[in-house]
Write a protein that binds this ligand. Structure first.
Ligand code: FES
Length: 127
């Protein structure tokens, strides 16, 4: 079951990029997937093996809601056709011929998390 997304719709210059803070990581409440809305984008925070990742929420194949998927062994599994994506770089599982999942750099600031929106220093920006 998906929770209502946490929203942090701060304006971000796509050319410059910037960190956007999501307040209260406690919102995970024992779950591994947390939908968030950040700077106009629907993303998914994923907690896996002690690390925190941010990825686009819609599957690149047919836009299934990845918040309804699950995560195992560092991979996020799509609930519709069961492709999976590496959380580290968004690489799609072998045998699928669509683009990788967009990933975003994250960093913890106390009980909050920040997501980099825009061009790297970290993850790849969404197309
Ligand atoms: S919609 Fe995700 S694999 Fe098809």
């Amino acid at each position: 079951m998906c929770a209502k997304p946490i929203s942090a719709d701060e304006p971000i210059s796509a050319a410059e990029g910037g960190w956007v803070r999501i307040r209260g990581i406690a919102a995970f409440a024992g779950r591994s997937l947390l939908p968030v809305r950040v700077a106009g984008r629907s993303l998914l925070l994923v907690r896996s093996e002690g690390a925190l990742f941010a990825v686009e929420r819609a599957c690149p194949h047919e836009s299934a809601d990845l918040a309804r998927g699950h995560c195992t062994n560092g991979r996020l599994h799509c609930p519709r056709h069961r492709a999976s994506f590496a959380l580290s770089d968004g690489a799609v599982s072998p045998g699928w011929f669509f683009r990788d999942l967009a990933t975003f750099a994250t960093r913890r600031i106390g009980e909050d998390v920040e997501i980099w929106i825009g061009e790297p220093p970290g993850g790849r920006s969404a197309p």
